[in-house]
Write a protein that binds this ligand. Structure first.
Ligand code: AKG
Length: 293
């Protein structure tokens, strides 16, 4: 299947046109979504963190509290990472406000809606040679208990390198799903808390399997209902670092995400909100309940 109608360039394409394509397939690839130099600076901070932690047998308690390893691969949410100035979420908000992707996110999520950069912001290191770090098919809306089908949410997958060939990207089912699919009942499912029942994907769904090639500076944007997984077809590829930015309508956030960054997509203004003072943000990965049939 040809997916070129889902591939856009933020330098030349119109956000409205992109939003129309997104409304059909609930996923798009956006080239030149970020300023490469500025994205590279964030990438270096993340790379340095992983290099420091991996080079030591025993990470410090502070490092350990930011890093999750296991079926999701190494991943961190970085709010306690830095002693020099802004913490990670604030760095990302301040970086994001001037990025070419913002009007596209605004158009995709809905015109005037301020969206919040929710605390499931994560940075992952995927090693394609360690199969256990690759995520199976899942829908991101499942990460957020209480996120119902009606609540719009989008993920902007932001790699720190070209993906889809030398570095593994994502496989997505590029079509609209009206609801969340049930979890796999396979007792050997690799990630039982998020692995969806792949047998429920039809041949027609699988015909929409898309593995976009995106250059550094680009993003893959998809809805909370889009089934996706770590790309499997690049097992000889190098390890990849990427950042997941997740947005929901700020008017209608999932209740348990009381700590959040409100990011106004129209103006680029942002602020932190939450009872914990954002010292320790909740992680995106938590066991979830099976959705009602
Ligand atoms: O980084 C990956 O391989 C998977 C990312 C993902 O599934 C997500 O951002 O929800």
């Amino acid at each position: 299947m040809d997916f070129s109608h889902l591939h856009f360039d933020c330098r030349i394409d119109d956000p409205k046109r992109v939003a129309e394509a997104f409304a059909q397939s609930e996923c798009v690839a956006l080239e030149n979504a970020f300023d490469r130099e500025k994205l590279g600076e964030i990438g270096e901070v993340c790379r340095a963190f992983f290099a420091a932690v991996e080079g030591r047998d025993s990470p410090t308690p502070q490092e350990r509290s930011t890093l999750i390893t296991g079926s999701a691969g190494a991943m961190f949410v970085g709010d306690v990472l830095f002693s020099d100035g802004p913490q990670f979420h604030e760095r990302v908000c301040s970086f994001l406000r001037e990025q070419p992707i913002v009007p596209f996110l605004n158009a995709i999520l809905g015109a005037d809606s301020a969206a919040f950069l929710q605390s499931a912001l994560g940075v992952r290191r995927k090693n394609p040679r360690a199969e256990t770090t690759l995520l199976p098919f899942h829908q991101d809306a499942f990460h957020w208990a209480g996120l119902n089908d009606a609540r719009p949410s989008i993920t902007a997958f932001t790699p720190f390198s070209d993906v889809g060939a030398a570095y593994p990207g994502l496989d997505l089912i590029a079509r609209k799903f009206e609801r969340l699919l049930p979890l796999s009942e396979d007792p050997n499912a690799s990630s039982p808390h998020l692995h969806l029942a792949e047998e429920l994907l039809s041949a027609d769904d699988l015909a929409h399997l898309w593995s976009p090639v995106v250059r550094f500076g680009g993003a893959i944007v998809f809805s909370g209902r889009t089934p996706h997984r770590s790309q499997h077809s690049a097992m000889n590829a190098a390890a990849r670092l990427s950042m997941d930015l997740r947005f929901v309508d700020a008017e209608n956030p999932p209740e348990h995400y009381r700590d959040k960054w409100i990011f106004d997509l129209a103006s680029g203004a942002y602020r932190a909100e939450g009872p914990s003072g954002l010292k320790r943000l909740p992680l995106g990965y938590r066991p979830r309940k099976r959705p009602a049939a």
